[in-house]
Design a protein around this ligand. Structure first.
Ligand code: TPP
Ligand code: MG
Length: 428
């Protein structure tokens, strides 16, 4: 719209709107993505001042090299048993995702979200945390629960919103919650978990406790105001918290550029807040483990928060409601220069002489069986639309200590209507 006041001697302003590099039908080519060689990034002391490590917010912590060997100062030097446990938790998470995705397609649940390609981000981090540290995840860190050996049946009961769903069908499937699991209720309101994690960490410090908090958010959600207020509080009070930004390149159909990825890295947000910032290869389980271990030690020794960007790729659709072939090139996942986190850890164990393809195949089969057995058990408690849901009156419960009369009246009306409807159905 040309304004009357437009000054003719100045160039017209132009609005810049980012555009993803590849759309459906394009050949994906990530050769411009800078992938630093494994082992090259320095590892500062965990007590280092945040402003002495700005380079790390623009670098890329990597441990696993192209030859599948672990190299450099970030190598956490884990024993083979721990590596195998980590690999198994990642494989089990993938098997769980596959089964639940299929369950949604079979109409057993209304919704599901996979974390394919991002398993290391949640699982390797959980291995580096203490069991009683508190996690504030987004919906793509089901791996935390699996790494903490949480019951698969309990998770499935929630996905099926059935009679054994502890959350009584009040949460969208996959929005788990367990106090004993140290897993804060997932919220559909993106990024709210960030200030909650910082507040929890501040309380832990105020009480003189020893437990720290860790939170995860997507790169898209880092554009929310909550992300920024969380960073301010974390920096000001040196909260013992690890703030993870999972940069999987996509926020449903919006590419990371809309959250600022073209301008700088997500780890660089830390610089402005005066927080330690690390940028990590999110598909390298050892790098994720090492960065989390570093940040945990920093938090535990009162040196303050760390913001970790996990550079990764969402290998599948956003959720069962999404069709990524409509907005991105089909090649992208295969062309992703940082590979697949499970394959990379597997190859590392093979390179160490501690694993082989046969054992991997047997483990994958065992994981599929374990998930199948759990699903059968959970399905006995009910699946979507098969009546074994929570009693209807639970809809009115657990809000007021004593239900106010108007709600009691509504509840009675609902139950009467339901009885009448059932009677009509029976006489038909
Ligand atoms: C406050 C808010 N805004 C928008 C949405 C809708 N929404 C749900 S998931 C999503 C994409 C988030 O992408 P990202 O943060 O990158 O996480 P990812 O799904 O990639 O793990 C959006 C926009 C929401 N749930 N809450
Ligand atoms: Mg994302």
């Amino acid at each position: 719209m040309a304004s009357d006041k437009k000054r003719r001697n100045l160039p017209s302003l132009e609005l810049y709107v980012p555009e993803p590099k590849f759309r459906p039908g394009d050949e994906a080519d990530f050769s411009d993505v800078e992938v630093l060689p494994a082992g090259e990034t320095r590892r500062p002391d965990t007590a280092a001042a945040h402003d002495e490590m700005h380079d790390l917010a623009y670098g890329l912590v990597r441990v696993l090299g192209d030859d599948h060997k672990a190299v450099g100062p970030w190598d956490p030097k884990l024993d083979p048993d721990t590596l195998r446990k980590m690999l198994r938790a990642m494989a089990l998470t993938r098997a769980f995702d596959q089964r639940m995705f299929r369950a949604q397609r079979q109409g057993k649940t209304s919704f599901y979200m996979k974390c394919t390609g991002e398993e290391a981000v949640a699982i390797a981090a959980t291995f580096a945390l203490d069991r009683d540290d508190m996690t504030f995840p987004s919906y793509r860190q089901q791996g935390i629960l699996i790494a903490r050996d949480w019951s698969l049946v309990d998770m499935m009961n929630q996905v099926y919103s059935n009679s054994k769903d502890r959350l009584k069908g009040r949460q969208l499937p996959i929005m788990y919650s367990t106090k004993q699991g140290g897993f804060f209720s997932i919220s559909g309101n993106l990024a709210t978990q960030f200030p909650q994690a910082v507040g929890w960490a501040m309380a832990s410090a105020a009480k003189g406790d020893t437990r720290i908090a860790a939170s995860w958010t997507g790169e898209g959600s880092s554009a929310e105001g909550d992300f920024h207020s969380a960073c301010t509080f974390a920096a000001v009070y040196k909260a013992p918290v690890i703030l993870n930004v999972v940069n999987n390149q996509w926020a449903i159909s919006s590419f990371s550029g809309f959250a600022g990825a073209e301008a700088t890295t997500f780890a660089a947000r830390a610089v402005g807040y005066g927080i330690a910032g690390l940028r990590v290869d999110g598909n390298d389980a050892l790098a994720v483990y090492a960065a989390t271990q570093w940040a945990a030690e920093r938090a535990r020794t009162n040196k303050g928060p760390t913001l970790i960007e996990h550079f990764t790729y969402r290998a599948e659709g956003h959720s069962t409601s999404d069709d990524p072939s409509q907005y991105r090139s089909a090649d992208e996942a295969a062309e992703w220069p940082l590979g697949d986190p499970i394959a990379r850890l597997k190859n590392h164990l093979i390179a160490l002489g501690e694993w082989d393809e046969e054992r991997q195949e047997a483990m994958d089969k065992e994981c599929a069986e374990q998930v199948k057995t759990a699903a059968k058990q959970a399905e006995k408690n009910g699946i979507l639309g098969h009546g074994l849901h929570q009693p209807l009156e639970t809809m009115f419960e657990d809000v007021f200590e004593e239900m106010p009369p108007h709600l009691r009246k509504q509840e009675q009306e609902m139950l009467a209507e339901n009885r009448a409807a059932n009677n009509v159905a029976k006489t038909r």
